[in-house]
Design a protein around this ligand. Structure first.
Ligand code: ASP
Length: 323
């Protein structure tokens, strides 16, 4: 009897909790530096989710480092009450292979809330590189073997994945320079401290448009239509058969977050993904807001599992995983 009373009390506390959620600001953890591509998506998403969550403040916490695994771990270990969320990208699927010792489990330490967007990547170079198009770049790479620096956002990041697949495709090893995000890497690229980077269009389109970097190619199978990127060739059309990397972002909560709270958060995410302002901002940066079944938590989880299955053999075959 006593047990029953305790269980009933716990249940009613849970329901009351979901009823009042959110009663305080929510934090979205971004596992990379401020001002970078994932941060950008998070801040736009926070703005779009605010209204459907009753106008609550949604803060962004940049817990950057270790290719995105520090921030992901922070959320995996956070109190599962819906007030700490994670916005992460393809790293959720590639980290387990790229980084063999991550301190959390992608499949079982998170509640999946849904996918957010798909983002192409671009191969960009410092403004002083003598190569002005992809053909010239290919020659320059051949001539400068052993001297080329490639920036990325650390082991497990999207730029790490893309850069390594690119080195593998052209058969040239480059010196990798890791940052805590591609925002600081972009600063160094513009300043000429590094030669190259393969980075998300959400970070590169503005710099390409402003001619602060040289853009060589996009990593999608088809050319893009975004004004800043529409004249760029694909890497496939530039001779790298089958080269295709499109990354995505998803939203997650710590495992054990109450089901009712998850329903509320997923509902707010769905509203945000239909918000014309959010869609317009993302499209302007070359990203496509998700409108398919991946907005459902279970479907997003299936998708991430499929991405793990897709990328693990590619990463292993390329020999590009790291300790
Ligand atoms: N998403 C990272 C950032 O926001 C970049 C990357 O993964 O390459 O800086």
């Amino acid at each position: 009897m006593k047990k029953l009373v305790v269980a009933a009390a716990a249940l009613s506390a849970m329901l009351a909790f979901a009823d009042t959620f959110p009663a305080k600001p929510i934090t979205i953890v971004v596992p990379f530096t401020a001002g970078g591509p994932t941060d950008r998506v998070a801040r736009d998403l926070a703005e779009a989710m605010r209204k459907p969550l009753g106008g609550v403040s949604i803060l962004v916490d940049n817990a950057a480092g270790a290719g995105g695994s520090i921030g992901a771990n922070k959320v995996a270990k956070a109190t599962p009450d819906g007030y700490t969320l994670l916005l992460h990208h393809i790293g959720m699927a590639t980290m387990p292979t790229l980084v063999r010792n991550i301190p959390f489990k992608v499949e079982s330490d998170f509640e999946y809330l849904g996918a957010v967007n798909d983002v192409p990547m671009t191969l960009i170079g410092r403004p002083s590189l003598p190569a002005k198009n992809y053909k010239e770049l290919a020659t320059w790479i051949e001539q400068n073997k052993g001297k080329i620096n490639l920036g990325n956002a650390g082991i497990g990041s999207a730029s790490h994945l893309c850069g390594l697949l690119y080195q593998n495709a052209v058969g040239v090893d480059m010196v990798t320079v890791p940052y805590k995000g591609t925002a600081p890497a972009m600063t160094d690229l513009i300043g000429g401290q590094i030669d190259f980077m393969c980075d998300q269009t959400t970070n590169t389109s503005g710099q390409i448009e402003a001619k602060k970097v040289i853009a060589y190619a996009v990593t999608t199978a088809k050319p893009l239509t975004t004004p800043a990127l529409k004249d760029l060739p694909t890497l496939q059309a530039s001779g790298l058969k089958g080269f295709e990397v499109t990354i995505w972002h998803g939203l997650y909560a710590p495992k054990g977050t109450p089901a009712d709270v998850l329903v509320k958060l997923n509902g707010a995410l769905k509203v945000a993904l239909k918000d014309p302002e959010f869609i317009k901002k993302q499209e302007g940066l070359g990203a496509v807001v998700v409108s398919d079944k991946r907005v459902e938590p279970a479907e997003h989880k299936k998708f991430v599992a499929a991405e793990i299955a897709k990328w693990s053999p590619i990463i292993k075959a390329a020999g590009v995983y790291a300790d």
